[in-house]
Design a binder for this molecule. Structure first.
Ligand code: MG
Ligand code: MG
Length: 262
């Protein structure tokens, strides 16, 4: 398994690509609401990406038909935008990929549609926390499986389950590069992390059992038991000072910024 390390200049370009992704995800936070359709959200996102000089990365990827992957309620990932209006109480995962100046940005969030149940709130919070705990493991000399181990421990400690069928990945001039980044496993195994590596870390967490089933469309992956599922993702660079969460002002970047400023 070979992992491609990027130069500092390439990391700056990947930050720019992810800035476009996060402009989409931030804008969606204001647009996700009862009555809106995922197709409307998809059209808006495509317009923003193309106006920014980017190309939607998922459209036509192995035949995928849209800009966004939209994952409603029991959908885990890879749902296709459609014309059903969102309803109060839904949760909606949105995954966005952008190709910009030759590099890919990739990130995802799960949004609450209006007021959601306490269990759904807890699922979103725990999944997001687990992602941040995984990111905290990103440092030179750390091991790849430290990331998944931290994620799994947090998720299972809260009574939820980790999907095994889909994992995170390296990202760069290809949307999916080596290594695979599982959201589970024992600590201290696998690739030793080195500066310049960029990982898309993306836990998929089910409220019920971890099993997955795929719809007849060949894309939409759902929980086998119909329980809710949440998905958050950041693209994260390994730097000598620790993780750099690309494309956004993440609290974990503060340490890096302090170091740059000093
Ligand atoms: Mg993604
Ligand atoms: Mg990804």
């Amino acid at each position: 398994m070979s992992a491609i390390r990027k130069t500092p200049g390439e990391l700056e370009l990947m930050d720019e690509a992810n800035r476009v992704v996060h402009r989409v995800l931030d804008g969606l936070a204001e647009r996700v609401a009862p009555g809106v359709t995922t197709r409307e959200l998809d059209r808006w996102a495509e317009g923003l990406i193309r106006d920014a000089g980017g190309v939607p990365a998922f459209r036509n990827y192995r035949g995928f038909p849209s800009t966004l992957c939209t994952a409603l309620n029991d959908v885990i990932v890879h749902g296709i935008p459609d014309d059903r209006p969102l309803r109060e109480g839904d949760i909606l995962g949105i995954d966005c990929g952008v190709l910009y100046k030759g590099y890919y940005g990739d990130a995802a969030r799960t949004y609450a549609v209006g007021a959601i149940s306490e269990e759904a709130e807890r699922l979103l919070r725990v999944t997001s926390e687990a992602l941040n705990l995984g990111i905290e493991q990103v440092r030179p000399g750390g091991r790849l499986s430290d990331i998944g181990h931290a994620i799994q421990r947090h998720v299972e400690g809260h009574g939820f389950s980790i999907v095994r069928e889909f994992v995170g990945h390296g990202v760069g001039t290809a949307l999916h590069e080596d290594p695979q980044v599982p959201n589970f496993g024992r600590a201290g195994k696998g690739l030793r992390l080195k500066p310049g590596l960029v990982l898309a870390i993306e836990p998929m967490v089910n409220a019920g059992s971890p099993e997955v089933k795929t719809d007849a469309d060949g894309w939409t992956a759902r929980t086998a038991d119909g329980s809710l599922s949440a998905h958050f993702e950041y693209s994260v660079a390994v730097t000598p000072a620790g993780p750099w969460v690309l494309g956004c002002d993440h609290p974990l970047n503060e340490r890096l910024n302090a170091r740059k400023a000093s």
